[in-house]
Design a binder for this molecule. Sequence first.
Ligand code: 3H9
Length: 644
Amino acid sequence: MSVLTIDREGEIAVATLDNPPVNAISAEVRRALWEAVETLDADPEIRAVVLVCAGRSFIAGADVKEFGLPPVAPHLPDLVARIEAAAKPWTAAIHGAALGGGLEIALGCRFRLIDAEARVGFPEVGLGVIPGASGTVRTPRLAGVEAAVEMVTSGKPVPASEALRLGLVDAMVTGDLRGAAVSYTASMIGGPLPEPVSARPVETRPDGYWAESRARLEKSGETAPLRALEAVRKATELPFDEAMAFERATFLALRDSPEAAALRHVFFAERAALRPAALKGVAPRGIGSVGVVGGGTMGAGIAAAFRMAGMPVTLIERDAGAAARAHAAVSRIFVGAAARGKLTGAEAGALSDGLVCTDDYAALGHVDLAIEAVFEDLAVKRAVFDDLARVCRPDAILATNTSYLDPRCLAEGMPAPERLIGLHFFSPAHVMKLLEIVPLPGTAPEVLATAFDLARRLGKMPVRAGICEGFIGNRILKRYRAAAEDLLAEGVPVAGVDAAMRDFGFRMGPFEAQDLGGLDIAFLQREAARAEGRDVPETLADLLVRAGRKGQKTGGGWYDYPEGSRRPVASDAVARLLADRIAGGEVPAPEAIAERLVGAMADEGATILGEGIADSAAEIDLVEIHGYGFPRGKGGPMHWTGRG
Ligand code: 3H9
């Protein structure tokens, strides 16, 4: 069956594109559209064409799966030009989303109508490229330079109403889009046609405008937004065809870059992770209300995340005073979000109002899911689980947020083991996207599917993790930190390691990050394991903690923080503490340091994969990107080292 079918409504042809799931522009789609233009141009009974799409969306862009292959004619820029030059004017009828190449096809049409719920945009920079079929050249001609720059450099789509205001579309439709597009097009037949977008004038901007925009974008450290800016500038300074050639050359060069390959890897990994193949056909349960036990940093963040996803939350603390403090802590998160413009004041108030904090466990009698987020101690967590089993409905899902304990020990002897699961959030839980989902041996598939569904509702990135100490992320973190300490022992300065990892793309190096989070948490875990008689070698961090250096909160960790400052200063005290552990040697170049540390992460990842703790190398990459700040443009440790 062809991806394109043509119906006739009087003198109007309706071309319906149907290339599930999102009508991406494959070589087949380009060929079919090209042929349709030729055929309809030659058809004396047809005077205009409406392009609609089947399924949930208009065209979501070029087919990203074809980006690694040699380009096949007809190329998209030529197709857009061919549609624009058609003797019979084309109208794009946009529903869902017109993204990237999809919007470029729409810009090649003479008219554009949009469903009121739809959006349009150029997400190419998220894939490490720029629009490659006139997005940077036609958009400023239609919507102005500032709007074009914002769209192509941010990648953010704009809603239908904004597209109309910017002049990107001619009319917004509520209801029958196809019918409206046919009537609109019919009403235009015979009248003077608007100029094709390529023939419209475009204003230039002074040098200062481009310099300012460049300075703003340089901060992100990404290549593609800067190149997209350059392409829009060329579009305002060069004739249309020359600007098109510049855009195309830039697009092709970026498409073949390692950064774009990494971003495509992440794109497909994320989509696969959100809908795991193993759970296909397993219906999740609806979760209407949630209970959280523990109102510390983690519990408050989890409660905030669920409230922000629109779910009522009941939070349990040990006494009325602690419950009131927890309510204030969660409310502060909403107030902070309102201050940053992410919520209105009224929304923040409503989110606080929908949170009940109490010391009465009986308040959890109605919830569909209860998550314990109390102190990381087996006996304490087990007591909470026993309370949950007593007060919650027998079918309510009970989850632990443990990061290191074995959830099987927590679950031992619990009734209805099919409803137990690990949901490992990362702090701050309302911000961090990673959610490690840890099924127990008895967890029902339906409960697992519910956890993935919840992650989607919360806007989180879910990754299944098997049971081991630290699951996927913290286990790799341990190895990363050990490798970083090895470098210190070889004579690399603390600041040298951190700087190398920042150069690589992390926001912080391993030692700065430990100072921020506190060295004592991991220290206490090591001490607990030692107390159990396990063989846990002494780390350099242990020496620091024993000397009272727990990080920023104690005024010093790997660095000094004089007078409460957050600015790290190289520490003589640390140098003295570690003096007899450090051998002098040649300090490797920053690239070699990063290679060693990322290599250590990937080695641990490979072991984790071999043990079945993770299902794929790509999921390990997602854990590092969404939980530990691994630079997205490098694709994760497995991709970067060629193991995934
Ligand atoms: C471009 O256009 C360059 C041009 O300027 C120049 C060219 C010369 N290609 O996200 P979902 C698949 S660059 C191939 O779960 P949703 C996706 O993998 C492109 N496949 O659905 C998944 O497959 P599966 C610019 C694609 O409803 C399925 O569709 N465009 C593409 O949550 C469903 O996806 C973009 O960057 C694609 N372009 O969201 C748009 N897009 O079922 C990227 C999706 O096998 N796409 N798939 O796992 C999106 O933002 C979202 O997919 C969309 C739907 C909002 C459309």
